[in-house]
Design a binder for this molecule. Structure first.
Ligand code: ASP
Length: 424
């Protein structure tokens, strides 16, 4: 993506935020609400839907081709195994950062009655439906993951955009093509390659509107934020944001500099377009096309690598989400004076690791799963009422961290697997 365009997208972000803040202050004016509802919202929705429209065909075609190109089954196992280990390591670091910060700053200690009562009253109906949703997740957290991965009906799961199932089917198709290895499978692979190229081409067209769409998305989300974030909640937001910054400014730069030998400044300069898209859409899934394009064009990562690492990363590698989940769960525990034992902490770490894999890469995707994880270790899930009001802002941040982690992982594969099929 050319530098000028990336800069324009960034300007869109700044201008959209400024207008959002002004609109937030003028929210009692009819023309402001009209502009948000009839101008900014449709512009943002159009961009988001256009990106989402590309996701399933792009992921299916590119992942199936990626698995086939990778070659023999052994190779795939090694690459996927090391990539998985990389995902787990960076997610664990994120969870530990969250845990250290939330225990050091204790944002939930000594919470005021006023904040408890207002958030309970204001969020009552929203929380009731979330509790209902999360109890469903709770029943199905483990066997449910199996059903989420293996679809009963391929078409339903594709139509519903169920990413874990789409990934599973794409890998199976890629492996099948590898084993068939005949003329018909070659032709089918070419068709898939063409679908993948076509998707990326269309993404290029969609991204031309990104500066305006990002501005519109920012106007819509910032104008609806509640800026009166008081006492403990302000501390909570700060702890989560410091955690995100630690992951972005310490963990990834260390990995980039010492493991991957890439200048972090250069990395962030090039990664900014995907990061801004993640920030404004709050959706790792919607960012898949942009992440792919940025990695291929700006980081020179081969198609074979982006084909599997981007969809996998966007679906299962969520560092920002895991960090946020840890802070939110312990914040609520502090508020309700729930003592967490050492075993409880270890369970929480494992749960956050496990649940971040199952979180859907959509706005607010982690909330129901987080609530069910909280319930499992005895933290009242209704406590989410305290933090839900500020979640849109934190969602933007965690999605940005999630996508940055995915890009770092793709660069890890580029560096450590110099096989010829990965450099195509
Ligand atoms: N919005 C996040 C993402 O798409 C998921 C979440 O944590 O809610 O990556």
């Amino acid at each position: 993506m050319d530098k000028g365009h990336s800069f324009k997208i960034f300007i869109g972000l700044v201008v959209g935020t400024a207008i959002g803040i002004i609109f937030n202050k003028l929210s009692d004016q009819a023309w402001v609400n009209w502009t948000i509802e009839y101008v900014a919202t449709p512009m943002g929705v159009a961009f988001l839907r256009a990106l989402m429209m590309i996701v399933v065909p792009l992921v299916f075609a590119s992942l199936a081709v990626g698995v086939r190109t990778l070659g023999s089954g052994q190779n795939i196992g090694l690459v996927f195994g090391r990539l998985g280990l990389f995902y787990i390591s960076t997610t664990l670091v994120a969870i530990l950062i969250g845990q250290v910060l939330v225990n050091a700053f204790q944002p939930g200690a000594g919470i005021s009655e006023e904040l408890m009562n207002t958030s309970r009253a204001e969020m009552a109906s929203q929380v009731a439906s979330l509790v209902e949703k999360s109890s469903h997740v709770n029943e199905s957290l483990w066997p449910g993951l199996v059903s989420a991965i293996i679809p009963k009906n391929i078409l339903f799961s594709f139509a519903g955009g169920e990413m874990l199932a789409v990934i599973f089917v794409s890998i199976i198709v890629g492996l099948g093509l590898l084993h068939l290895n005949n003329k018909a499978s070659d032709t089918f692979t070419q068709v898939l390659e063409s679908i993948s190229d076509l998707s990326i081409l269309v993404v290029g067209w969609i991204m031309k509107f990104a500066p305006y769409a990002v501005a519109a998305l920012m106007v819509t989300s910032i104008s609806k934020l509640g800026f009166e974030i008081i006492d403990n909640l302000a501390k909570y937001v700060l702890v989560v944001c410091v955690g995100y910054l630690a992951q972005l400014l310490i963990t990834y730069p260390l990995v980039l500099k010492f493991l991957l030998k890439i200048s972090p400044i250069e990395f962030y300069r090039k990664a900014s377009t995907a990061m801004v898209t993640a920030f404004s859409t709050s959706s790792s899934n919607a960012t898949i096309p942009t992440t792919t394009k940025v990695l291929e064009e700006d980081f020179n990562v081969s198609k074979t690598i982006t084909n599997f690492s981007v969809p996998l990363g966007a679906t299962v590698n969520m560092d920002g989400t895991a960090l946020f989940e840890m802070v939110a769960a312990i914040f609520v525990a502090q508020v309700f004076h729930v003592d967490i034992s050492l075993v409880g902490y270890i369970s929480l770490i494992l749960l956050m690791l496990f649940t971040s894999i199952g979180v859907a890469g959509v706005p607010g995707g982690s909330i129901p799963i987080l609530m069910s994880a909280m319930a499992m270790v005895g933290i009242p899930p209704e406590g989410i009422a305290l933090v839900i009001g500020v979640d849109r802002l934190l969602d933007m941040g965690r999605t940005t961290v999630n996508v940055t982690g995915d890009m770092t992982a793709a660069l890890f594969v580029k560096k450590y697997f110099k096989r010829k099929e990965l450099s195509k």
